[in-house]
Design a protein around this ligand. Structure first.
Ligand code: OOG
Ligand code: MG
Length: 255
């Protein structure tokens, strides 16, 4: 097994066994961003070999609130599989995660592939629908602490996501109010503008970054644009809801 494949196995096992692992860069400070994306690819390949199906991609660290929370100030992307999808209104079993957090997001459903350098208009033309969404992030690293290469290798912390009703994308989504409620109490407020000034910019960045990784966004893919606010830690018994102005709400329970 190659060196990067053995690091991929460590992360895959940490996710599978729900046991946090030391940051890779502690022992391997020389790991590059390129190495990290290769580790991510190899670790997701292990899941695909177990029968999971790729359903899209997620962008991360596209808002200042998120960058500040985790102390990493560059965008990263990750892969979404069908096993990570939580049914809207459904529940998440805390026992399946290490130390999960939740964040309000906006999801795009793609009607056409998107790759390389594209304009915002080209990106929009490839979108079938837009929805309120939430991502469950669950760093496989101890204390939820990581450097850029660590988090990329760890599929940008992605471990679950839930998508609300799909809406017509031909509307102004540049500055929609967003609230995150836990048990009916508002815990975070923000705007879709927190995502790079406009959520479509995240899709533009995703097209470029995924292409640099040798893949592309496909028709039928779901693309998560990135957390809008800081992400609170989940606890058993909570009811979580995100509402995005004009797009609707999406909710889950924590069991
Ligand atoms: C890194 C992943 C960030 C987002 O939406 O910004 C992310 C993390 O916070 O663990 O998913
Ligand atoms: Mg996210």
């Amino acid at each position: 097994m190659s060196d990067l494949a053995s690091l991929a196995e460590i992360l895959d096992r940490a996710a599978h066994e729900r046991v946090a692992t030391p940051q890779l860069t502690h022992a391997r400070p020389e790991l590059t961003v390129e190495d990290a994306y290769e580790i991510q690819r190899l670790s997701i390949d292990r899941r695909l070999q177990r029968g999971e199906r790729r359903v899209g991609v997620k962008m991360g660290l596209t808002s200042r609130a998120k960058m500040q929370q985790v102390g990493v100030d560059q965008m990263a992307w990750g892969r979404l599989t069908d096993k990570m999808l939580i049914e809207e209104g459904g529940s998440l079993a805390l026992a399946n995660f290490v130390h999960p957090r939740i964040e309000p997001e906006i999801a795009f459903l793609m009607s056409a592939p998107l790759a390389g350098r594209v304009t915002m208009a080209q990106a929009l033309a490839a979108v079938a629908a837009v929805a309120p969404a939430m991502e469950v992030i669950d760093s496989r690293y101890e204390n939820f602490k990581f450097a850029l290469a660590d988090v990329i290798a760890d599929n940008s912390s992605s471990s679950g996501f839930v998508v609300g009703s799909w809406n017509d994308p031909h509307q102004d989504i540049s500055n929609l109010g967003v609230i995150l409620e836990i048990d009916g109490e508002v815990v975070e407020v923000g705007s879709s503008a927190a995502i790079l000034g406009h959520p479509l910019r995240s899709l533009v960045a995703a097209a470029r970054m995924v292409s640099e990784g040798g893949e592309r966004i496909e028709a039928g893919d779901i693309v998560l644009a990135g957390g809008i606010t800081a992400a609170p830690t989940l606890a058993k018994g909570q009811s979580i809801r995100t509402t995005v102005q004009n797009l609707g709400s999406v909710s889950i329970r924590v069991d």
